[in-house]
Design a protein around this ligand. Structure first.
Ligand SMILES: [Fe+2]
Length: 135
């Protein structure tokens, strides 16, 4: 089921809140592609999501550094772990030739990232909110 960005996901950084909304949009596009479109469309939606996730992490880490966020190091570790998983999942996806298996893996990647990202935004990313409110 498609996710929606909600108020509880607000970090207080317009850049990051916008990034998170785009991420959710990309997650939903992957889901829609799996349900309704060809493997080419699924592959490119997945590629967009994975690339954007990696790009977004970089922006977020920079903003956290600028804010002197005290847990920035621990947070980066969470990103690093996911980055590694994303790279691995993407390689597995590209290596598959069987369409049924490919579609199945795309579904698994979507379910995994959907849960990970929503949970991460709501549990971890919002922790910078007090730093932004102080300004
Ligand atoms: Fe994060």
């Amino acid at each position: 089921m498609a996710v929606q960005w909600r108020g509880a996901m607000t970090t207080g950084s317009p850049v990051l809140d916008n990034d998170h909304q785009i991420l959710i949009g990309l997650l939903n596009e992957v889901e829609n592609a799996i349900d309704n479109h060809s493997m080419t469309v699924i592959g490119s939606a997945l590629e967009d999501l994975l690339q954007y996730t990696v790009d977004h992490f970089e922006r977020e880490e920079l903003i956290q550094a600028q804010l002197h966020y005290s847990d920035a190091k621990t947070h980066k570790k969470l990103h690093d772990d996911l980055r590694n998983q994303v790279i691995h999942l993407n390689e597995s996806f590209k290596a598959l030739t069987d369409k049924v298996q490919k579609k199945e893996l795309a579904g698994e990647i979507h379910t995994f990232l959907n849960a990970w990202l929503v949970n991460h935004i709501m549990q971890e990313d919002i922790k910078i909110r007090p730093l932004l409110n102080k300004r």
